[in-house]
Write a protein that binds this ligand. Structure first.
Ligand SMILES: [Zn+2]
Length: 89
């Protein structure tokens, strides 16, 4: 599957800070496949079906990767509703 362009103009440390704030919206904290946790940084790219955030003017699709099996979970599968705005300071 071809990946869309990542918004990679942020440093790894900045991504971790953003990701910690996004994680506050998550209600499911274990991988449904293997029970693993998630890596500390999120992946994200521009996507009309994603979330509005205070981070970026367009909607972005956001996922976290399982630290055991490597599955990439969209935050919609981790309990985050699609119609909320994610506030990042
Ligand atoms: Zn897993």
């Amino acid at each position: 599957m071809k990946k869309m362009q990542l918004l990679d103009n942020y440093s790894h440390e900045f991504n971790e800070s953003i990701s910690n704030q996004i994680k506050k919206y998550i209600t499911i904290e274990q991988c449904k496949f293997c029970g693993g946790g998630f890596l500390s940084y999120a992946g994200y790219y521009k996507h009309d079906g994603g979330w509005m955030t205070s981070l970026y003017p367009d909607k972005i699709w956001i996922w976290f990767t399982c630290d055991k099996c490597g599955h990439q979970w969209s935050i919609s599968h981790l309990g985050v509703k699609r119609d909320i705005e994610i506030n990042i300071h």
